[in-house]
Design a protein around this ligand. Structure first.
Ligand code: SF4
Ligand code: SF4
Length: 311
């Protein structure tokens, strides 16, 4: 029986594909984008985090930890978890009576996820929605995702996905044919810069997207580009991204997403450093200034900024 670590399931999203959607977030990702807003999706297994505003300082978690990973800060009196010592045995979360030590991720079977999806079927009918698989990285869980998509197909439930497209082509080939549309993240065209900012080269991702273009539904691809100041928001990278998309048959939109800081608290809760800690968010005006030169050229796809069509 296929199981996967599911980070969470959102039931009424209107920003992850057509209509109202159930979004299934998988846990685990091979990339480490410096600006990532979901650090809780990085590791494929379940992991603890500390919600310090709920902590009473009772000390039960310290007594439960057999790995010396928890201490009390002499300065603030707060419980501190050392990620280098923590083995994610989850004993502290079991011991905490106040919901302050918590767990990201849940092991689920395909049947359990389908039960969650089926609760929303009435909304799909009225809105033209369906299921979106997201991450983390869906392709890390290809066996599970393929079985889930087959079940959706059997129930006539529309399926979409957000894909980072990193990893073996075989995984992409098994998933893409089930999708009516999918979001493909293109962060940086230059392979070395991509490696520097995400931990992996862009070459596999670009090659997988070229090949996915050959087997996907017509107009299925929506490219997403996060705009990160000083990383990938230069005219050369944006121009090359648009030109690359021009070489594909099935890109219906290229969407730019200005940098935001929504994930910053998750880094704190996981006791993990955040590379862009001091970087301010990018306003829509600033983002528009960066991408507006592209609107002066003709493209065979829509240009979208933060959900709003530019041309
Ligand atoms: S999950 Fe980490 S901090 Fe919690 S008890 Fe286990 S080793 Fe200790
Ligand atoms: S057991 Fe929970 S409430 Fe008690 S100190 Fe640990 S995290 Fe805080």
């Amino acid at each position: 029986m296929n199981t996967a670590t599911i980070l969470r399931i959102e039931h009424t999203s209107i920003s992850d594909g057509e209509g109202m959607r159930t979004v299934v977030f998988f846990k685990g990702c091979p990339l480490r984008c410096a600006w990532c807003s979901t650090p809780e999706s990085h590791l494929p297994g379940r992991e603890v985090y500390h919600k310090k505003e709920r902590c009473t300082g009772c000390g039960r978690c310290l007594a439960a930890c057999r790995h010396g990973a928890l201490t009390v800060s002499p300065g603030t009196g707060a419980v501190v978890r050392d990620p280098a010592k923590c083995v994610n045995c989850l004993a502290c979360a079991d011991a905490c009576l106040y919901g302050a030590m918590r767990v990201y991720g849940k092991e689920m079977t395909v049947r359990q996820v389908m039960r969650e999806i089926e609760k929303d079927q009435v909304f799909y009918f009225h809105s033209g929605g369906g299921v979106t698989l997201s991450g983390g990285d869906v392709l890390l869980w290809t066996d599970f995702a393929e079985e889930l998509l087959k079940e959706c197909e059997a129930c006539a439930i529309d399926a979409a996905a957000e894909l980072d497209l990193f990893g073996p082509w075989e995984n992409v080939r098994r998933i893409v044919p089930y999708l009516s549309h999918f979001f493909a993240d293109l962060k940086l065209m230059d392979p070395e810069k991509h490696r520097r900012w995400t931990g992996q080269s862009s070459e596999t991702i670009l090659e997988n997207l070229r090949r996915a273009d050959e087997i996907c539904a017509p107009g299925a691809i929506r490219v997403r580009v996060p705009l990160i100041r000083g990383v990938n928001d230069d005219a050369e990278n944006l121009q090359k991204t648009a030109e690359f998309c021009c070489g594909l048959k099935n890109v219906s939109a290229v969407e730019f997403l200005p940098y935001h800081r929504l994930g910053i608290h998750a880094y704190e809760q996981l006791s993990r450093p955040y590379a862009l800690q001091e970087e301010p968010r990018m306003s829509r005006e600033e983002a528009l200034e960066k991408v507006s030169f592209l609107t002066e050229q003709a493209w065979p796809f829509a240009l979208v900024l933060d959900g709003e069509r530019l041309r």
